[in-house]
Design a protein around this ligand. Structure first.
Ligand SMILES: [Fe+2]
Length: 162
């Protein structure tokens, strides 16, 4: 595997784990939504596992569907930095429950996360794609689920600077 692709795999796995940690923190900070955040955090950890085991099992034969990952290493690195910065801010400052939902929505729309989601929701073209979608099961549509939950709670969608 070339170095660039290896870094993209590693950074994509790191991104999933960072998002999982951010959602766990949200669960700790906002107890009324703890089930929602813990569920998403668990699913993000599964995403990391799926990318990791997929790379280990399918890459040697070049069949890993790389479109699951972000297209640019740089963008995935930036997305990961933004998630980690958000984690630090939520840990150290008193940001609101509304901020948490809006930041999560922004995270789900950023590089890496959005590519993963698009892959899991697309119409499969190969057996391997089907295998990955099956393994991912229902751990998808995070952006939509966050939006729906926000609507139910009457939380407005807005841009939050991280
Ligand atoms: Fe994810």
């Amino acid at each position: 595997m070339n170095e660039q692709l290896e870094s993209l795999f590693n950074e994509s796995i790191n991104l999933e784990l960072s998002v999982a940690e951010l959602y766990s923190l949200f669960g700790e900070l906002f107890s009324e939504d703890v089930q929602f955040w813990n569920r998403l955090s668990f699913e993000e950890r599964n995403h990391a596992c799926l990318i990791q085991s997929g790379r280990d099992s399918f890459w040697p034969v070049s069949r890993f569907p790389v479109e699951m990952l972000g297209t640019s290493l740089d963008e995935v690195v930036k997305a990961n930095e933004a998630v980690q910065a958000a984690f630090t801010r939520f840990r150290d400052e008193s940001l609101s429950r509304e901020d948490a939902f809006n930041v999560a929505y922004q995270v789900e729309s950023s590089a890496g996360e959005v590519h993963y989601q698009m892959f899991m929701e697309k119409k499969v073209e190969t057996k391997i794609e089907e295998v990955f979608q099956r393994l991912n099961n229902d751990d998808k549509c995070h952006a939509d689920r966050i939006l729906r939950y926000m609507e139910e709670c009457g939380i407005e969608l807005r841009q939050v600077a991280i």
